[in-house]
Design a protein around this ligand. Sequence first.
Ligand code: ADP
Ligand code: MG
Ligand code: MG
Length: 251
Amino acid sequence: SSVLEIKDLHVSVETDQGAKEILKGVNLTIKQGETHAIMGPNGSGKSTLAYAIAGHPRYEITSGQLLLDGEDITELGPDERAQAGVFLAMQYPVEIPGVTNANFLRTAKTAIDGEAPAIRTWMGEVRDAMKNLRMDESFASRNVNEGFSGGEKKRNEILQLELLKPKFAVLDETDSGLDVDALKIVSEGVNRAKENSDLGVMLITHYTRILRYIKPDFVHVFVAGRIAEQGGPELADRLEAEGYDRFLVDA
Ligand code: ADP
Ligand code: MG
Ligand code: MG
């Protein structure tokens, strides 16, 4: 099974005032089959970490490394990282006018596998995955995320996750803005992906609520661009009770 290693990662973004360092030395190792919750206050750099792993061009890795099974993927483009088995569910999924969801999924699957999926089994797979996520069939022929509600966009991210079958998934606040029913449906989708393809998960969240449905093996407290503390699931309970204040004082 595979290992994703984040080694002393420093990441900057370009702003009007010049380059600003957001990530200040992140170290984390995720094995396939493990679930790591990343919890931290707004603005601490969680999404920056997600984008840096996925290879967003705006987030420059100034030092440190990303290794997949010991291979340096730090310089790879986002498409190559996806082919290597890294998936990102975005905090704010992007609308793609003019591209239907069905076409998008098929194109992404083809790009990642290096060959088009067999048409008969693929259609069934898409239909089943949509049914599991309680998505109406009409979402296949609608443009990607266009006019989708917040919750529908998050489900659509998990639909991609289930169909693209990556080795590692970064889920950036997939729980935000979901009501309890949608949260359960989305969590079941993630858990199916974990069971079916031994997925390694980085679950970024503000809230402990989702951790009732997706059980983390490890919890990391993320503050001011680095991991401030790590522990097991009990750390999440402590955060729920105490909040992040204790860590903010130290930051
Ligand atoms: P989180 O996801 O934990 O809320 P982010 O990674 O979104 O945090 O943001 C961390 C910090 O980096 C914030 O201060 C944010 O304003 C800043 N930042 C992130 N992306 C950009 C960007 N593209 N341009 C300027 N500042 C950014
Ligand atoms: Mg945020
Ligand atoms: Mg964020």
